[in-house]
Design a binder for this molecule. Structure first.
Ligand code: UD1
Ligand code: UDP
Length: 400
C-alpha cells in the first residue's frame, strides 16, 4: 500500500481569498492523507493578517509582495518569481488557488510552468464582459484554462464551464464563503460577551435608525463610478431615519475618492476595514447592504439582507434570480431611488429579506477535501431554483 501523503500547496494573498480559503485550509490540515502547505503572497498586508489571526492560520511561506498602490504588472512579476521559489522548494503534488485575483493567476501560472497540477476553488464565475470586473474576469478565465480540477460554487457556474473548451473536471461544491460565514455567525450568536464587544465598536450608532452597510472598491469603478456611488450616499444620508457605515478599503485610489466625497457628511460613518467578525456583525445588524464586493453579494442573502449590487454586471446572478439582490449599477439616481423604495415600502423590503442560500450550505470545504482525497461525495444542490440571465435584467429594470 502506498502511504505517501500528497502535498497540497494552497496559495492566496488577499482578504477575500483568505476568508474563503480558511475553512478549506483547516479541513486540509485535518485530512490524514494530505500534507497541507500554506503560502500567503501578501498581495494584501493588514487586511490579510486580520483574517489569518481570526482563523488562527500560520502560513508556511509569506512572500510579503505588497507595495503601496501597486501596479498589476509589477505585482504579478514579483508574485511569479517568489511563488516559483516556493513551488520548487515544496515540490507539491498539486497547487490550490482561489477565485480571480492577481495572486490566483500568478499561482496557477507558476505551477503550470513547473508542470504541477492546478485546482481552482470558486471556478466558473463569468460576467462575459472582460472589462467588468477588471481584471478579474480575465484572471478567472485564465485559471480555469490551466486547471485540471475546478470546484464550482453553483450549478450556474458549472453551466458556464460546460460552454467552454477546458481540459479539467468540474465539481459543484458550494462556495466556501458560506462555510466561513457559518463558523463566524456561530461564534457571534453563541457568545454574548463577544457580541457586546463587537457592538461596542459601534456605540456611536443609534439603534432606532436603520443601518445601511456599504462597501465599494472595484478597479473598474475608480473615478466616475465611485464618485457617483458617493453622491448617491450623500443623498440617502439626508434621511433622518438612516445611518450609513462604510468600512473603507485600503486601496489608496478608493480612499482618496471616498474620503474627499464623504468625510464629514452627516449620518455617514467612514470606518477602517473591519476584521471578519466585526464585519459579519455589521451585516447582521444592517437593514440594507450596498456593495460591489463579490463576497458580500454571497454573504448578505445567507443572512436575509437585501443587497444592492453597485455594478453594471455580476458574475453572481443567483441572488438576483432568487429576488434578494438587485443590480443597480453605479448611477446615483438608480442607487438612491432603489434605496428609498426599499426603505419606504416594507412589503418590498420583506420580499428582499428572505433568507436564501443559493451559494452554499456550509459543506463546500468538506466536498473539496473529499475530491482531493479521491473519496466520493454528493455535489451541492441549492434549494433555490436557478433563474435565467433575463431575470437579472428584469429586476434591475424594475428598480432603476
Ligand atoms: C484586490 C483584487 C480584487 C479583490 C480585492 C479584495 C486583483 C487584481 N484585485 O484588489 O480582485 O476584489 O483585492 O479586496 O487581484 N492595500 C493596503 N493594505 C492592504 C491591502 C491593500 O495598503 O492590506 C493597498 C496597497 O496600497 C495596495 C493597494 O491597496 O497596493 C491595492 O491592492 P491590490 O491587491 O493590488 O488591489 P485591490 O484593489 O485590493
Ligand atoms: N469584509 C471584511 N471586512 C470589511 C469588509 C469586507 O471582513 O471591512 C469581508 C466580507 O465579509 C467578504 C470579504 O471581506 O467576506 C469581501 O472582500 P472584498 O470586498 O475586499 O473582496 P471581493 O469579495 O470583492 O473580491
Amino acid at each position: 500500500m502506498n502511504t505517501k501523503r500528497k502535498t497540497i500547496l494552497s496559495i492566496f494573498g488577499t482578504r477575500p481569498e483568505a476568508i474563503k480559503m480558511a475553512p478549506l485550509v483547516k479541513a486540509l490540515a485535518a485530512e490524514p492523507g494530505i500534507r497541507s502547505v500554506v503560502c500567503v503572497t501578501g498581495q494584501h498586508r493588514s487586511m490579510l493578517q486580520q483574517v489569518l489571526d481570526l482563523f488562527d492560520i500560520t502560513p508556511h511561506h509569506d512572500l510579503a509582495v505588497m507595495s503601496e498602490n501597486q501596479s498589476l504588472n509589477g505585482l504579478i512579476a514579483r508574485l511569479i518569481t517568489s511563488i516559483d521559489d516556493v513551488v520548487t522548494k515544496e515540490q507539491p503534488d498539486r497547487v490550490l488557488v482561489h477565485g480571480d485575483t492577481t495572486t490566483a493567476t500568478a499561482g496557477a501560472l507558476a505551477a503550470f510552468h513547473r508542470q504541477v497540477p492546478v485546482a481552482h476553488v470558486e471556478a466558473g464565475l463569468r460576467t462575459g464582459d472582460m472589462s467588468s470586473p477588471w481584471p478579474e474576469e480575465m484572471n478567472r478565465r485564465f485559471v480555469d484554462v490551466v486547471s485540471d480540477l475546478m470546484f464550482v460554487p453553483t450549478p450556474r457556474s458549472h453551466a458556464n464551464l460546460v460552454k467552454e473548451t477546458l481540459h479539467g473536471r468540474a465539481f459543484v461544491t458550494g462556495n466556501t464563503v458560506i462555510d466561513a460565514l457559518h463558523s463566524v455567525t456561530k461564534r457571534i450568536d453563541s457568545q454574548d460577551a463577544l457580541r457586546r464587544k463587537l457592538d461596542a465598536r459601534f456605540a456611536f450608532l443609534d439603534p432606532s435608525k436603520k443601518l445601511i452597510l456599504v462597501t465599494g472598491h472595484r478597479r473598474e469603478s475608480f473615478g466616475r463610478g465611485l464618485r457617483d456611488i458617493c453622491a448617491a450616499l450623500v443623498r440617502i444620508a439626508k434621511r433622518t431615519d438612516v445611518q450609513i457605515v462604510y468600512p473603507v478599503h485600503l486601496n489608496p485610489n478608493v480612499r482618496a475618492t471616498v474620503i474627499s466625497a464623504l468625510g464629514g457628511a452627516p449620518n455617514v460613518f467612514l470606518v477602517e476595514p473591519q476584521d471578519y467578525l466585526g464585519f459579519v456583525r455589521l451585516l447582521q445588524r444592517a437593514t440594507l447592504v450596498l456593495t460591489d464586493s463579490g463576497g458580500v453579494q454571497e454573504e448578505a442573502p445567507a443572512l436575509g439582507k437585501p443587497v444592492l449590487v453597485m455594478r453594471e454586471v455580476t458574475e453572481r446572478p443567483e441572488a438576483i434570480d432568487a429576488g434578494t439582490a438587485v443590480l443597480v449599477g453605479t448611477d446615483s439616481d438608480a442607487i438612491a431611488a432603489t434605496v428609498h423604495l426599499l426603505l419606504d415600502d416594507t412589503s418590498a423590503r420583506a420580499a428582499f429579506s428572505r433568507n436564501v442560500n443559493p451559494y452554499g450550505d456550509g459543506r463546500a470545504s468538506a466536498r473539496i477535501v473529499a475530491a482531493l482525497a479521491g473519496r466520493p461525495f454528493e455535489e451541492f444542490k441549492p434549494v433555490t431554483p436557478g433563474g435565467t440571465k433575463d431575470s437579472a435584467r428584469v429586476s434591475r429594470e424594475a428598480f432603476a
